[in-house]
Design a binder for this molecule. Structure first.
Ligand code: SAM
Length: 264
């Protein structure tokens, strides 16, 4: 039996299906090893890999963990992985849409993947929603999205996605990956992002805060006063020193402080 990644050229995958499922495979061992190391360090107990595809990353994760749960939607790729790791007790294949799989069922875990770009935001959201069960998440994503997830206030990339992410974790872009490293190459540059959960929540009412933050960024060019008008007491809004600023200028901590004043 071959122990190399399942052939990318897997003729069974019709090109259109591959595109629809965001199938751009990585075979560069040095990049795969860097991702596995960032996710697991020398050792991790449970690792959840999203979208293992032909198993290039899987091969680098397995020696570093006690249990690897791999969630793959494509039946042909899932079948090939199941066969390849049939005698590997640490490997568990879940043939499913990751958005339908309850990630918390495996307990505390590291979440990792060269993930399908068409569902980056919901995957990041599901990983972060694990709360204290999430050790860390390491994702290979579109570079533009990685920059937005980790952006600091005041910059071009900072917006609701940055706030919704950084309200729950520290986000750091680790390194970039060129289009040519994938087969087939995607049209956009990629980057590996590390998400490390905060030890203390930034706010007692996180769901309420995220709704508030979304209102603050509703129209990016408008001031907070304008975006918040009609949602909160006008006198309270006017009393905020930041009312004349735009949300994109404020750090998560500033927005949390405003939310705590306005919500009561
Ligand atoms: N990890 C592999 C690699 O690096 O070569 C494959 C990465 S490829 C960018 C994304 C993988 O996610 C594909 O194998 C694709 O079939 C799978 N995928 C796409 N949508 C999915 C979903 N909703 N749930 C689970 N896997 C999905």
């Amino acid at each position: 039996m071959s122990h190399g990644p399942v052939q990318a050229e897997r003729s069974a995958t019709i090109e259109g299906v591959g595109q629809r499922l965001g199938q751009h495979f990585l075979f560069d061992n040095s990049i795969l090893e860097r991702i596995a190391l960032a996710a697991c360090g020398e050792h991790a107990a449970t690792v959840i890999e999203i979208g293992p595809g032909p198993g290039g990353l899987t091969q680098h994760l397995l020696p570093r963990c006690e249990r690897l749960v791999a969630i793959e939607i494509d039946p042909a790729l899932a079948g090939a992985l199941r066969t390849r790791y049939a005698s590997e007790p640490r490997f568990q294949l879940v043939e499913s849409d990751v958005l339908q799989a309850g990630l918390s069922q495996w307990g505390p875990a590291v979440v990792v993947g060269n993930i399908p770009y068409y569902i980056t935001s919901p995957i990041v959201d599901r990983a972060l929603s694990l709360g204290p069960l999430l050790g860390r998440a390491v994702f290979l994503v579109q570079k533009e999205v990685a920059d937005r997830l980790a952006a600091a206030p005041g910059g071009r990339d900072y917006g609701y996605l940055s706030v919704a992410t950084q309200a729950r974790c520290r986000a750091k872009v680790l390194f970039n990956v060129k289009c040519g490293s994938f087969r087939p190459p995607p049209k956009v540059e990629s980057a590996v992002i590390l998400l490390e959960p905060l030890s203390e929540p930034v706010c007692d009412d996180l769901a309420g805060f995220l709704r508030f933050a979304s209102t603050c960024f509703r129209q990016k060019r408008k001031t907070l006063r304008n975006n918040l008008a009609g949602h909160f007491d006008k006198a309270k809004i006017d009393s905020l020193p930041e009312a004349a600023e735009r949300a994109e200028q404020l750090a998560v901590g500033d927005l949390v402080r405003m939310f705590n004043i306005l919500k009561d």
